[in-house]
Design a protein around this ligand. Structure first.
Ligand SMILES: O=C(O)CCC(=O)C(=O)O
Ligand SMILES: [Fe+2]
Length: 208
């Protein structure tokens, strides 16, 4: 078992697999943005979490900020369109999401961005995934979470936090409509003792 994360005893025997999407619940936000939420979408989340922590070639990144070059506070691994994903159940998940949202999205999810939040000091600051298509057009970003729950917070551009989702083990959240250009999202740092979390983000072509 991965240190720092207490696997759920009921779940250890299950093969990782996404469940159905019928129970997804949509919350409309202002500016024609919305968030879909489905807690516990994945079965076998313990095994998937352990697999991703161990098998993904995680790397640290450094980025230029206003005040110099700083460490990105999480580990990363990006899978481009056509790259084999690190677990077959993630391929099934992406196909299931592409089928479920086909009419509304008009194109499939093709890339997968993986983030590894080692503890509560790892985070992602307020931003929209608005490089590329998300800057001017509606799009979707689907996130599946494994490991220790972390809060995904959302605010209208530059405003106050108006929505928060506890991204738990195996949970699905999909941000859609204008969400990437009219709202921002973040996974804030927390001072509480916090175990590791892996986030898998599926995006259509040309959304970053
Ligand atoms: O950790 C998450 O689920 C969100 C990550 C995120 O917003 C991003 O990588 O663009
Ligand atoms: Fe994001």
């Amino acid at each position: 078992m991965t240190p720092g994360f207490q696997a759920s005893l009921l779940d250890v025997a299950d093969e990782p697999a996404p469940g159905g999407l019928d129970a997804v619940a949509r919350r409309p936000l202002s500016h024609d943005a919305w968030v879909d939420h489905l807690p516990g979408w994945f079965e076998g989340a313990d095994e998937m979490f352990a697999h991703l922590v161990a098998e993904v070639p995680w790397h640290a990144e450094r980025r230029e900020m206003y005040d110099g070059v700083v460490d990105v506070p999480r580990l990363l691994c990006q899978y481009a369109a056509g790259d084999p994903l690190p677990h077959p159940a993630l391929e099934s998940a992406r196909a299931a999401l592409s089928a479920h949202y086909a009419d509304e999205l008009g194109e499939p999810f093709v890339t997968a961005g993986l983030c590894y939040y080692r503890d509560g000091r790892d985070s992602v600051a307020w931003h929209g995934d608005n490089i590329g298509r998300g800057r001017h057009h509606d799009t979707m970003v689907a996130i599946v979470s494994f490991g220790t729950p972390r809060r995904l917070t959302l605010r209208p551009l530059g405003g106050r936090t108006e929505a928060a989702y506890p991204l738990g083990h195996g949970d699905l959240v999909v941000m859609g409509g204008s969400c990437q250009r009219t709202w921002e999202h973040a996974v804030p740092k927390t001072a509480r003792p916090t175990g590791p979390r892996v986030s898998v983000q599926f995006r259509p072509r040309n959304v970053f």
